[in-house]
Design a protein around this ligand. Structure first.
Ligand code: TRP
Length: 329
């Protein structure tokens, strides 16, 4: 049997370049690998675990779904769904698996603690259960590979623990899922500190940015005199070089590094070339998105087909869990 891959993104706005390089490229590689069966989901139920706008959630989920298709996820090759189309089976499984995890274990997760700090007035049961909902997303398809960012490692650890315990206590055969890391996975902020993030103004390039916008954003990226004894390993210049490697290749990066310790780097030229390279990568994505937006009936059909395909696997797993846990058919 082929190994299954499952990945998901929360519908907190459209994808940006960081998401694209960090997780989506890994998804694309796996989709084309004949050793794997791939499933992808837009996790709108996860969005309800932190404060959100119910009026716009559906549209946001659809937007990310369309982004998925635009970047090249192919409904012929992958089952692509919106999580709440499978709410009955996924939330059901997440409740069942919560019986093997302790409250203390969930409370000590760094991701939980971060969210408690961010939203001290919203420390809900749903928030505490977030990692179990994610475990259910993965285990319901018995997926063994999960292309996500490194920040999700604590959640994958929970998923592995859940799998182990369900296997030991109830005789399930869940694989212990591991993270699939991609090369461009750490995408730095344009601002010289931290990673590219939607929530930090000016840090990110959006998938729908045009060339002028990318040029303008890069212009604001911090630089230095362009020359020195050693190539900086952190900060604005280090990040720019990282972008050069991601979009123009390692050889180009080495050229700039040599210039840095030699005749000097002209950042104006570097940024102009880099902006063009980034835009060249985004242009086909933007074209595909425009086509999809002009064809809403097709998108509706693909959303439905993705849910139907996913459901076949999901229902079989839930039926098996119910049986093994001694629940009625
Ligand atoms: N927690 C993930 C994030 O914040 C999103 C997610 C939910 C997910 N369920 C998943 C990712 C299942 C991979 C697989 O990015």
């Amino acid at each position: 049997m082929k190994k299954r891959v499952l990945s998901g993104m929360r519908p907190t706005g459209r994808l940006h370049l960081g998401n694209y390089l960090g997780a989506a490229k890994g998804m694309l590689a796996l989709q084309d690998d004949p050793d794997y069966e791939t499933l992808f989901t837009v996790v709108d139920i996860h969005a309800t675990t932190t404060p959100y706008d119910a009026k716009t959630l559906q549209q946001s989920a659809r937007d990310v779904f369309i982004d998925y298709l635009s970047i090249g996820l192919d409904p012929e090759k992958s089952a692509i769904n919106i999580q709440s189309d499978l709410a009955d089976v996924i939330t059901q499984l997440s409740f069942y698996v919560s019986s093997v995890m302790t409250v203390a274990r969930m409370q000590h997760l760094p991701t939980f603690k971060d969210k408690v700090k961010q939203h001290p007035d919203n420390v809900t049961m749903a928030l505490l259960n977030y990692p179990l909902l994610m475990a259910a997303d993965i285990l319901i398809y018995k997926a063994s590979k999960v292309p996500v960012g490194i920040d999700q490692e604590p959640h994958l650890e929970v998923a592995r623990e859940v799998a182990r315990k369900m296997n030991e206590q109830f005789g399930m055969d869940f694989p212990e899922p591991t993270r699939f890391a991609t090369k461009g996975e750490y995408v730095p902020s344009l601002l010289g500190e931290g990673k590219m993030s939607k929530s930090v103004e000016g840090s990110s390039i959006e998938l729908n940015d045009d060339l002028d916008t990318i040029v303008a954003k890069l212009k604001k990226a911090p630089t230095d005199a362009g020359t020195g004894a050693a190539v900086p390993t952190s900060g604005g210049v280090a990040n720019l070089f990282q972008f050069v490697e991601l979009f123009q290749g390692e050889a180009k990066r080495r050229e700039y590094e040599a210039a840095y310790t030699g005749s000097g780097v002209r950042y104006g030229d570097l940024k102009k070339e880099l902006a063009q390279a980034i835009f060249d990568e985004l242009r086909p994505i933007q074209k595909k998105r425009a086509e999809l937006e002009a064809n809403p009936d097709y998108v509706d059909r693909i959303i439905k087909e993705g849910a139907d395909r996913s459901r076949v696997i999901a229902e079989a797993t839930v039926a098996e869990v119910r049986e093994k846990m001694g629940l009625r058919k």
